[in-house]
Design a protein around this ligand. Structure first.
Ligand code: SF4
Ligand code: SF4
Length: 208
């Protein structure tokens, strides 16, 4: 007969005193270790809707839809629990201090209906005031303004979004600029319209 090794004997005695390593789930709820890598979750307070997490996800478990409704639009970001491999790449790439999406220790993810195995987060989108195309999520623009500080005054889309958020956008200023046919210069614009308005202003000044 093969005798047990010392280590195995010690383990067996320990198990008799402190109990087994395995939990009694499903009879009793299971509490995972702190470092357990479970389902990632979006955080309403931090996520700015930039989609960096979608770009890096190796399992394509993050996806989004941009929905326009007249002059407003929103971005819905989906996280598919059934596809996720809990690798943590999304958290590592998250621009919002790695807090926009974070691994949790949630592990009990059984679903009766697989089509419901997802979570979402929504972000308001800023649209171009000329062509109506999507520029970026408002929260992402405000995040950039905060990061670059006074440099944001070089870009009207950035500072106008910030002023609107603070309720300080000055319609009188815009009207006075309009009289000089320069109001397009301080509008919230996509890159294409910004270029077009810049060239148009230049051409009209030079008679081109
Ligand atoms: S944990 Fe990995 S697989 Fe899951 S959503 Fe994040 S990047 Fe994708
Ligand atoms: S802020 Fe983080 S969680 Fe939100 S979309 Fe960007 S990378 Fe993803």
């Amino acid at each position: 007969m093969k005798l047990p090794k010392i280590r195995e004997l010690i383990e067996a005695i320990k198990a008799l005193i402190v109990g087994p390593y395995t939990s009694k789930f499903p009879k009793k709820p299971h509490t995972p270790y702190k470092s357990f890598r479970g389902q990632p979750k979006f955080n309403e307070d931090y996520c700015v809707g930039c989609l960096a997490c979608e770009q890096v996800c190796p399992a394509k478990a993050i996806d989004h839809k941009d929905i326009k409704n007249g002059k407003t639009a929103k971005r819905i970001i989906y996280h598919y629990t059934d596809t996720c491999i809990f690798c943590g790449e999304c958290e590592a790439a998250c621009i919002a201090e790695h807090k926009g999406i974070k691994l949790t220790n949630e592990w009990d993810l059984a679903f009766f209906d697989r089509s419901k195995a997802f979570e979402t987060i929504e972000r308001e989108l800023v649209l171009c005031e000329i062509c109506g195309s999507i520029i970026a999520p408002k929260k992402h623009i405000l995040w950039i303004v905060e990061k670059i500080g006074e440099l944001s005054f070089s870009n009207p889309t950035l500072y106008q979004t910030r002023l609107k958020e603070l309720g300080l956008a000055d319609d009188n200023l815009i009207a006075s600029i309009k009289e000089n046919a320069r109001d397009d210069r301080i509008k919230t614009l996509c890159a294409h319209c910004r270029r077009q308005t810049t060239l148009t202003t230049k051409n009209s000044k030079t008679g081109g």
